[in-house]
Design a protein around this ligand. Sequence first.
Ligand SMILES: Nc1ncnc2c1ncn2[C@@H]1O[C@H](COP(=O)(O)OP(=O)(O)O)[C@@H](O)[C@H]1O
Ligand SMILES: [Mg+2]
Length: 510
Amino acid sequence: MTAHISTVAFQGIEALPVDVQVQISSGMVAFTIVGLPDKAVAESRERVSAALRSVGLALPAKRITVNMAPADLPKEGSHYDLPIALGLLSAMGILPNDYLAQYFVVGELGLDGSLASISGALPAAMAANARGKGIICPALCGSEAAWAGEEVDVLAADNIIQIVNHFKGTQVLSRPHPALSAKQPIMPDLSDIKGQEAGKRALEVAAAGGHHLLMVGPPGAGKSMLASRLPSILPDMDAKEMLEVSMIASVSGEIRDGQLSAKRPFRAPHHSASQAALVGGGLRANPGEMALAHNGVLFLDELPEFQTRALEGLRQPLETGETVIARANNHVTYPAAFQLVAAMNPCKCGMAGEPGHVCKRGPKCASDYQARISGPLLDRMDIQIELPAVRASDLALPSPKENSSHVAIRVTKARQRQRQRFLDMGLPHLRLNAQAEGAVLEQIANPQPDALALLSKASDAMNLSARGYYRVLKVARTIADLAGHDEVQKIDIAEAISYRQQLASFSLAA
Ligand SMILES: Nc1ncnc2c1ncn2[C@@H]1O[C@H](COP(=O)(O)OP(=O)(O)O)[C@@H](O)[C@H]1O
Ligand SMILES: [Mg+2]
């Protein structure tokens, strides 16, 4: 008799159904697993037989064959232990196969029969739900799997004995509850920053519209400080955004204690990060930093120090909102709609343009350094600001009264205006001005005549590209939203242009 157990194979955040077939037949004693298993799956034989032995369920001295269909789909990871073990128990007549057929099964076994947590419990539970099935998973992943929906039957066990007892009716496993991380992360506050009013304002505008931000300034100006305070002024994610983020976090094994968090991701990879670390890849096509920053912020400090290849790898996701990892026989796509925040010194020694500073290497110091960032990448940064060094007189001032929670209220209001406008226009997939393109942007950012005149004059004078022109319009729409203007006014356009002018002076300094 052949037992069938359903499980999944992950391709990015997609969980594809896999049928684990277990057959016990007479013949030479053997235990073989076929169906493109990787090393972790092949080793599952040892774990499964040891685990069953330790709970007093020895394998029969017969020929055991495990096949995982479809045969051409690679099976990677350690979550196949439990489906194989339950398949064996079913083929041995210990568990009823028709009961098990109502579940997807995932879990890694220890030698003592205990169940260890696995990555991907959430997408697996979603896939089970989409097919009208329940899920059997380790207890440690139970509350994560429970997020897939109230109607999903989640059986979360500490060890294999509990599962056997549950099906025998001697012990009932209760359904775990979806858990939200109650821990409020301690976030640095904007009120720690003295002076730098222009920098704070730019951060607020960037947060309100989801715009990419570039900060240029000498070392110690407070660039890293400002960027690390962005999460404190961003609103929490809604349920849909949280599930999208959690699917990616789940696949990369980043969900702790099965608890999801509504806080937006803030990823700050070091500048030594490789292209693969940013884009994703490796043996299992794991998500990279860009995908992990989905719906949140990707902060690249010391931008020119990143490898050129890594920086160029940013361009496509910035345009399409997803990363694509090419593999031998297919490719894996992850959502990666992040807000890019970058910081850099104006030159290698960091002091170009500082009053009273003369660099020994002359203007070449700045031009060589800035040339590491390609024009197209620079063009995608909507808001570009120069942060001058803080003056000692600013540092001596008392801390500002306004803190992150005040700014967060304005940001949230501006975001709500944008969301409502998109909903009114019948575009529920858009949330932020930064996502609006072409005709939609022209419709929402309808400047008053004098504002339009200013924009045309400035774009001629500054030689703005078409992309540059639309980026100014986008940022101006956000500034108007922060101010509560229905139409984009001249003052909104003027501020948006000022965030673009930095680019002009920045390249002139080179
Ligand atoms: N505006 C400021 N207000 C208060 N402290 C500041 C300010 N700017 C810089 N600092 C101090 O200087 C340190 C270095 O700032 P940092 O953000 O790392 O500079 P950068 O990234 O521009 O080189 C901070 O840890 C902080 O102690
Ligand atoms: Mg820094």
